[in-house]
Design a protein around this ligand. Structure first.
Ligand code: ZN
Length: 410
């Protein structure tokens, strides 16, 4: 039987578990050690450590202190791994915990986190998704039902001191360009809610002062939120510290490209069965700075799409120069507008784009002044026909369930 090296109790705070951490720092001690060739299971909290509940209120999404995230399981030390090596990680399987067969999708208030389309969706909202084997559906978003593309939103190795210093100084320089922006440009270290695993006392207090927040993806991987890095993938991670220090968390049952709702995806607690190997000196041998990976041989078989185009001209008509972010926002807004014609609220449509296996493509980046991004909406996830036709759209949804919303406290 495969050993479960890290266990989590969803009824207990992640702060009580020494094999969990929520910052990146090379001084965090290994939670456990394995050998190259070993396979093992790590259980994980959802990224908020259980703060978001399976109910019909969005007050938890509104009220969460985002400095507590993400709760990660690890770091796992691999004997023989040294800086400059590649850590090869096979994601043999991933699943939801059997006592927690549900996940959540949320939009953060613009005052507390925001998101990709925060100007259009400035209030906290939430949808709950039930997990039935490999499928999911939501009591808050009717008319869709689809297979999961289960993946860790966040996985990577500990940074070295030198790399950590680079992260902190470059991100602080960005923050300094507009320190009062809401939402902020980046999140600096924040010691008071840091959980540094087994590190305790003065050493913990000192490391927490510089422990990097887990929000952005960085050279080590981290919070990449790549839907195709799913169970069955093989990943090659740069190693920066002795033992590597592999951590994982923020499991998603499914997600669209871009994780556009920010508390995007269908966020869940679960487990990851993985295997590790080491390629000595692999970073230099293959010229690898950021992780690379091979995708899974298994993906949901949705092969029919409605594809929405967007260009780098915003909804006010302002022209941008080859701005892919603006173009993808426009593609998403176009898809949302389209789905409202079938009776969805704008929030429900946004939630579908965040959670379903929607593809996002950078389609053109050379035709000045407009970049072109496309959003690929799988038609087979809908329980009715969403293609345009001469008879016009028929609403199956109107008068149905709505998504919980929580307005900011004044
Ligand atoms: Zn996530």
């Amino acid at each position: 039987m495969t050993d479960t090296l890290i266990k989590v109790n969803l009824n207990e705070s992640p702060y009580t578990n020494e094999m969990i951490h929520n910052r990146w720092h090379p001084d965090i001690p290994m939670a456990c050690w394995v050998k190259p060739g070993d396979d093992f299971i790590l259980e994980t909290y959802d990224w908020t450590g259980g703060f978001i509940k399976n109910n019909d209120s969005a007050e938890d999404v509104r009220d969460i202190d985002l400095s507590i995230v993400h709760f990660l399981s690890g770091p796992v030390g691999v004997h023989g791994a040294e800086p400059g090596d590649l850590l090869v990680v096979d994601l043999l399987d991933i699943g939801a915990k059997s006592d927690s067969l549900w996940g959540f999708n949320g939009f953060f208030s613009k005052q507390n986190g925001g998101g990709f389309l925060t100007d259009h969706f400035p209030h906290a909202q939430k949808s709950i998704w039930d997990i039935q084997g490999m499928f999911t559906k939501s009591r808050h978003v009717p008319g869709v039902n689809y297979a999961g593309l289960i993946h860790p939103g966040l996985i990577g190795c500990l940074p070295s001191h030198e790399l950590l210093d680079q992260w902190n100084s470059r991100e602080q320089a960005l923050i300094d360009t507009n320190p009062t922006r809401v939402p902020p440009l980046a999140n600096p270290p924040f010691p008071s809610t840091a959980h540094m695993g087994k590190l305790k006392g003065d050493a913990k207090e000192k490391a927490a002062l510089t422990g990097a927040r887990t929000v952005p993806p960085r050279e080590h991987g981290g919070n990449c939120d790549i839907k195709d890095l799913s169970r069955g993938s093989k990943i090659y991670f740069p190693v920066y510290v002795k033992g590597g220090g592999l951590s994982v968390g923020d499991l998603h049952f499914s997600q669209g490209d871009g994780e556009i709702t920010f508390c995007g995806a269908i966020e869940m607690a679960g487990w990851v069965h993985m295997k590790v190997e080491v390629i000595k000196g692999g970073m230099a041998k293959y010229g690898i700075k950021n992780p690379i990976f091979k995708p899974s041989p298994i993906t949901p078989h949705y092969n029919d799409y409605l594809i929405f185009e967007g260009i780098s001209v915003d909804e006010a008509g302002k022209q941008y120069y080859l701005d892919v972010n603006v173009a993808y926002q426009q593609a998403c807004l176009n898809a949302i507008e389209y789905l409202t014609k079938f009776g969805y609220s704008r929030s429900q449509a946004y939630s579908i784009l965040g959670t379903a296996p929607v593809q996002g493509h950078i389609s053109g980046v050379v035709d000045i002044p407009n970049s072109c991004a496309t959003l690929w909406l799988p038609t087979q996830i809908f329980e009715f026909d969403i293609r345009p036709s001469a008879s016009g759209p028929t609403s199956f949804i109107e008068g149905g369930p709505t998504m919980p919303i929580a307005y900011d406290k004044v």
